[in-house]
Design a protein around this ligand. Structure first.
Ligand SMILES: NC(=O)c1ccc[n+]([C@@H]2O[C@H](COP(=O)([O-])OP(=O)(O)OC[C@H]3O[C@@H](n4cnc5c(N)ncnc54)[C@H](O)[C@@H]3O)[C@@H](O)[C@H]2O)c1
Length: 346
């Protein structure tokens, strides 16, 4: 059995990590910590295991094999590095960390410790995305010319276990980045996954257009981010992340290739739709993607546990996600400086 500790017992633990660990046959949930002890105690009462008074004391327990880091963004690097150094595998939630130096330190700690570092980029596991990547690889729409991907909902202040406009998601010190890192990292990383290419240039505009904190002032973080990405294989496309889609959540991606167009999560009946240049159309039904209001199984926990059981590095490793984080930080720099940022990566 793999003994698991969960650090941060808020919404993502409640709807994803804990339920998915609890149904994995190779897992024993043994440890929980949250600043709010009632939350960690509620988990230990319900699922068994112990509630700790600090994450440091949890990490001293050598019987724990791996931990999920589900705390606000500003704590990810410190807790992840300490957990790796204490000999535990880590599944850290996205966004990986607050700046590139922190992300690189996390990857270095994984390499030093020989333990696995996986990042919670669950969009790579959505069945339509897995299928879409296979179809693209098989050449169904030819070579990719352009793309357009979006992730928008009505904001994290309705999602968090501590809801309202005082949420940590709106606090620059705790979140670091707004919609760009909360939602934009998912679609930035998805473009790497779907195309097999790497983002090498970013031109972006991040802005705060609507979200206010409880003092009625605009939050200090972006609530919308528009990026133009140039990929290593030559494709060019857009990514829009938004906390102001005040209706239905949008999780769509459209890829325009030399012989066809692929639409993913644009239609309520079909999860993938292909319109080919010869007039043929193909439709696929796979799954519904997780939305804030409808959490389906993400598969991220099963993948983390599988990599530990088989002693194989996780495909969604810290090293892999570092490329996507470089694009996120590149977008912030581009927006601040008003120029295109060239990324030193292949
Ligand atoms: N993969 C995804 O799609 C996805 C979705 C939502 C959230 N997340 C990420 O998960 C992380 C947690 O977000 P959430 O939605 O659960 O937020 P939340 O506000 O619902 O919960 C955060 C929890 O962390 C606790 N906490 C705060 N500081 C802490 C500390 N220093 N040590 C221990 N506990 C602490 C709070 O008491 C709260 O229970 C964030 O990094 C977020 O970006 C990922």
């Amino acid at each position: 059995m793999i003994n698991i500790g969960v650090i941060g017992c808020g919404k993502i633990s409640l709807v994803r990590h804990i339920p998915e660990y609890s149904t994995n046959p190779n897992v024993e949930l043994v440890a929980y910590y949250d600043l709010n002890n009632e939350r960690s105690e509620a988990f230990s009462d319900h699922y068994g295991g112990k509630s700790y008074s600090s994450w440091q004391s949890m990490l001293e327990d050598s019987s724990i094999d791996a931990v999920s880091v589900c705390t606000p963004n500003w704590t990810h690097a410190e807790i992840t590095i300490a957990a790796l150094e204490s000999g535990k595998h880590v599944l850290c939630e996205k966004p990986m960390a607050m700046n590139l130096a922190e992300c690189e330190s996390m990857v270095a700690a994984a390499e030093r410790s020989g333990k696995f570092l996986m990042i919670g980029q669950n969009q790579r596991l959505a069945k339509a995305h897995v299928r879409a990547r296979e179809l693209i690889e098989r050449g169904l729409i030819g070579d990719i010319i352009t793309f357009d991907t979006k992730f928008g909902h009505n904001g994290p202040e309705k999602w968090s276990v501590d809801p309202g406009s005082n949420t940590w998601f709106f606090d620059k010190e705790m979140a670091g980045i707004g919609a760009m890192a909360d939602l934009g990292i998912h679609k930035t990383d998805l473009i790497h996954y779907l195309t097999g290419q790497t983002i090498v240039e970013v031109t972006a505009k991040l802005d705060t257009l609507n979200k206010k904190s409880s003092d009625d002032k605009f939050i200090e973080l972006d609530d919308n981010a528009f990026c133009i990405y140039k990929l290593s294989g030559g494709a060019l496309g857009t990514m829009h992340a938004s906390w102001t889609f005040n209706g239905q959540e949008d999780n769509s991606t459209i890829i325009y290739g030399t012989t066809g167009i692929m639409k993913i999560y644009t239609d309520s009946d079909y999860t993938i739709e292909i319109h080919r240049s010869d007039g043929e159309k193909e439709y696929y039904v796979t799954d519904r993607i997780q939305t804030n209001d409808d959490q389906t199984k993400s598969g991220i926990i099963d993948l983390f546990i599988k990599s530990i059981v088989n002693n194989e590095p996780p495909s969604i490793s810290g090293q892999e996600v570092l490329k996507s984080m470089r694009a996120v930080f590149g977008a912030i720099e581009s927006s601040e400086r008003g120029c295109t940022v060239f990324l030193d990566q292949k």
